[in-house]
Design a protein around this ligand. Structure first.
Ligand code: SF4
Length: 343
């Protein structure tokens, strides 16, 4: 079976190419076709001889995902893509258009073992991690389909990215590389529900990207209701890992907090959240809370908070010195908003 060329890092690809070509400028041209010009077939490698193109075609694939469904929001232009992998599995990505800065929200696993109670991805049985090529291809295929440049990447689609650390970090290196995707580190965010050991590794690897921790609760009992498989890490460990991340990377930290009616949206919760940030040294301008009003999901019995309680929650945080934002749902009419990426 042919290997996807994007599963090789550019260094690995270079090493392989040296075994079949002895001109280094040709090798660089091939790498440019793959990563800079983003060709989707070997036929497009027009500066390369037909013979060499054929050799590459015999050994590698350039694309292995199929877009099987595409839905566009009539409210904000957000596009939800359903991808099918070569082994006939399905996963999702979202294109978030914005004048001058388009972003994509991409998946890292098929299904999600964390099974957050509010999230439809968590209801899809986890079957495997996405490969490096499947992660990168989501960006390439969306750019090709929309004919738009992507300049921001959110690892917030299906799956917990830190559970697929090797493939996600390898893809990250390509996304950041000036000779490959060339997307700036401030425009890349990886989210985690609080996999403490992986957050520390991400800090030590120091990609400098932004980290989003999905906290969603102010005590362990409440958190267990919202995130049943939370790796056994306590809120204390998670916030300390966030502090470690900031110290190591000098980047930004976002604390994601989904507001669910009568579960975690009271004034007392808002005060507790502010106190938690203070206790763990996270009350500073590098840390922001993203408040996400719950988006309805089929077969989930949670309810959306009232607008009044969302504003009240935000005001309490602000008065306590916390930077807080209410995240506007994108693609709500096509089930592309936070927690809605399921089958
Ligand atoms: S919110 Fe993220 S971690 Fe939780 S189930 Fe959904 S995809 Fe998995």
């Amino acid at each position: 079976m042919k290997k996807n060329i994007l599963d090789l890092t550019s260094t690995q690809l270079k090493t392989y190419l040296k075994t079949i070509i002895n001109q280094s400028y040709r090798i660089n041209q091939i790498i440019d076709w793959v990563y800079i010009k983003k060709a989707s077939t070997f036929e497009e490698f027009t500066s390369i001889s037909k013979d060499l193109r054929q050799k590459l075609d015999n050994k590698f694939l350039l694309r292995s995902l199929k877009i099987v469904k595409k839905e566009q929001s009539i409210i904000d232009g957000t596009i939800r893509y359903t991808f099918q992998s070569a082994d006939k599995k399905y996963f999702f990505s979202v294109f978030l258009p914005s004048s001058g800065k388009n972003s994509v929200c991409i998946s890292s696993q098929i299904g999600c073992p964390v099974m957050c109670a509010f999230c439809s991805s968590g209801r899809v049985k986890h079957s495997r991690n996405l490969t490096r090529s499947e992660i990168l291809e989501q960006i390439l295929q969306i750019e090709n389909d929309t004919k738009e440049k992507v300049s921001g990447v959110l690892f917030m689609g299906m799956g917990e990215p830190t559970l697929n650390y090797n493939n996600v970090s390898s893809a990250l290196s390509s996304i950041l590389s000036k000779k490959e995707f060339a997307i700036g580190k401030r425009h890349i965010t990886i989210s985690s529900v609080g996999n403490v050991s992986a957050i520390k590794k991400l800090a030590d690897d120091n990609f400098g990207i932004r980290l989003a921790i999905s906290l969603h609760a102010t005590d362990e009992k409440q958190r267990k209701k919202i995130i049943p498989n939370n790796f056994g890490f306590k809120i204390e460990d998670i916030l300390n890992a966030g502090k470690y991340y900031l110290k190591k990377t000098k980047s930004r930290l976002t604390i994601e907090y989904i507001l669910i009616k009568e579960i975690n949206d009271t004034a007392a919760d808002a005060h507790k959240l502010a106190r938690l940030l203070q206790r763990y040294g996270l009350l500073n301008k590098s840390v922001q809370i993203n408040l996400i009003p719950f988006n309805s999901v089929k077969d989930v019995s949670f309810n959306a908070p009232t607008q009044e309680s969302v504003l009240k929650f935000k005001n309490i945080l602000k008065l306590s010195g916390v930077l807080a934002n209410i995240r506007q749902a994108k693609g709500i009419d096509i089930s592309a908003a936070c927690g809605q990426l399921g089958c």
